[in-house]
Ligand binder design. Structure first.
Ligand code: MTE
Length: 318
């Protein structure tokens, strides 16, 4: 994403904690927890980032979700990322190795029958996973075609049992500037948060992603759990989620907090509504020389246009 008032991204050496120091701290904490409990906790003693649910991959493909273009090469998708917690360049895969994605707990709270916390792998196993091929369109006007693995967010909403007053969900990324040096940049409104209406969250296309290219999702794509809403610009698809809150009012998002004049709550893809600084009429297909015309709702209009009936006065496209 391009931000007007900061052109560059320079992290002072002192702001970055070397991984060894960070891991030592975790080991110390895990050791201390073991002493307190009077038992050793070997599972916590090392930052083991292999997914305990890796046996679920590759998951069966759901053939209902088809593409009009070839898949983006895995290597390219994995090396051209936006994950500002780890830096502002596209080349963040190396820095994102610092993300300790396991063990990982997700908190479900707000207007639900009973708030709870659940381990990410327990949740993934409970929900079950499938593979879907989706187009993915960034507001920066590049696009990919990706085989995601995951489960419909609707299933998690059902598990949460929202109260009748819940109209939106807010999703939040972890907050840990030691692990994610980008979060040391105080001018950004950390933690990264995003929101959807309950109707959007329970739409069949809305996917809680746990894997990509037939494997557990790697750190730079938002391990262990990230959202994908394929008819909206990519910034809605929040990575490394650790909290989902059910709320009555439209939640403020990271990008609205940073630059509300350019990035709004709805952010549905529309070729006819330009970003204030560039056109959205076409997109650069990553990995090819091709520029394709952008599709309304990123090609998912038939499935999702009905969600916005009666909301025409809202700023649906930015
Ligand atoms: N989620 C978090 N937590 N931090 C981010 O910087 N970037 C967003 C979105 N989710 C971002 C995020 C943007 S701008 C895009 S385009 C997509 O992630 C990129 O996803 P990818 O790197 O897996 O292709």
């Amino acid at each position: 994403m391009l931000i007007r008032h900061r052109a560059g991204w320079e992290l002072p050496e002192s702001a970055a904690t070397p991984e060894s120091v960070y891991l030592d701290r975790r080991q110390w904490l895990a050791g201390a927890a073991g002493l307190v409990a009077g038992t050793a906790l070997p599972g916590l003693a090392r930052a083991d980032t292999t997914a305990p649910t890796s046996d679920l991959y590759p998951a069966k493909r759901n053939e209902a979700f088809t593409l009009d273009r070839p898949l983006t090469e895995e290597k390219l998708a994995a090396s051209y990322n936006n994950f500002y917690e780890f830096g502002m360049s596209k080349d963040v895969a190396g820095a994102a190795k610092r993300l300790v994605a396991r063990p990982w707990t997700i908190k479900i709270d707000g207007l639900v029958e009973k708030p709870f916390e659940i381990d990410a792998d327990e949740l993934i196993r409970k929900m079950g996973v499938e593979e879907r091929l989706y187009r993915f369109r960034c507001v920066e006007a590049w696009s990919m075609a990706v085989p995601w693995t995951g489960f419909p967010l609707r299933k998690l909403v059902e598990l949460a049992r929202p109260q009748s007053g819940a109209k939106y969900i807010q999703m939040q990324t972890f907050l840990d500037p030691r692990m994610a040096p980008g979060q040391g940049q105080r001018w950004l409104p950390w933690p990264y948060t995003e929101g959807l209406t309950l109707a959007e969250a329970t739409h069949d296309l809305t996917l809680m992603v746990t894997g990509i290219y037939g494997k557990p999702v790697p750190n730079q794509h938002g391990a262990p759990l990230r959202l994908i809403v394929p008819w909206k610009y990519g910034f809605k698809s929040v990575k490394s989620i650790n909290r989902i809150s059910f709320v009555a009012e439209q939640p403020k998002t990271f990008w609205e907090g940073l630059q509300a004049s350019e990035y709004g709550f709805w952010a549905n893809v529309n070729p006819e509504v330009a970003h204030p600084r560039w056109s959205q009429a076409s997109e650069q297909v990553l990995g090819s020389r091709e520029r394709r015309p952008t599709l309304l709702f990123n090609g998912y209009a038939e499935q999702v246009a009905g969600l916005y009936k009666g909301l025409e006065k809202e700023r649906l496209w930015a």
